[in-house]
Design a protein. Structure first.
Length: 137
């Protein structure tokens, strides 16, 4: 009886793990398309407008993401990456701000639990506007 229950628990754990891997693979494919088609163009558009307003920012493309950083301080900025520590994985931004020797980093999803393939350029721009506050003052 114990052995049968253990076997059933092992089978259920294997099925759950396989399902998590499938969701992670789907999320990685959707995220790659999202970065290429939605996020990178939105980050570039924001950098262009910031530069036109006299606030020079640059866009960088670290592996698997995109980053908007002040031209003079590349250790700060707003970076988009896929958070695989949650199930299902989701796009997360990390905002790093430094003032003198003090720094803060804040991490949050782009737009709550909205699926990757439903995120829009407006969602990304709204998130960037929310996170840019420290550099606009």
């Amino acid at each position: 009886m114990v052995r049968n229950r253990l076997r059933m628990a092992i089978e259920a754990a294997r099925r759950d793990a396989a399902e998590r891997r499938r969701r992670a693979d789907e999320a990685a494919r959707a995220y790659e398309a999202f970065v290429a088609r939605v996020a990178t163009p939105a980050f570039r558009a924001m950098a262009t407008v910031l530069k036109a307003e006299g606030i020079p920012f640059e866009v960088m493309s670290p592996a698997g993401g995109v980053r908007l950083a002040p031209a003079r301080s590349r250790d700060q900025g707003i970076e988009l990456a896929l958070d695989t520590s949650v199930d299902p994985p989701r796009p997360t931004i990390t905002t790093t701000v430094r003032r003198g020797s003090h720094g803060t980093a804040r991490e949050r999803p782009v737009k709550g639990d909205v699926p990757i393939d439903e995120l829009t350029e407006d969602d990304v721009i709204e998130m960037l506007l929310e996170e840019l506050g420290p550099w606009l003052a």
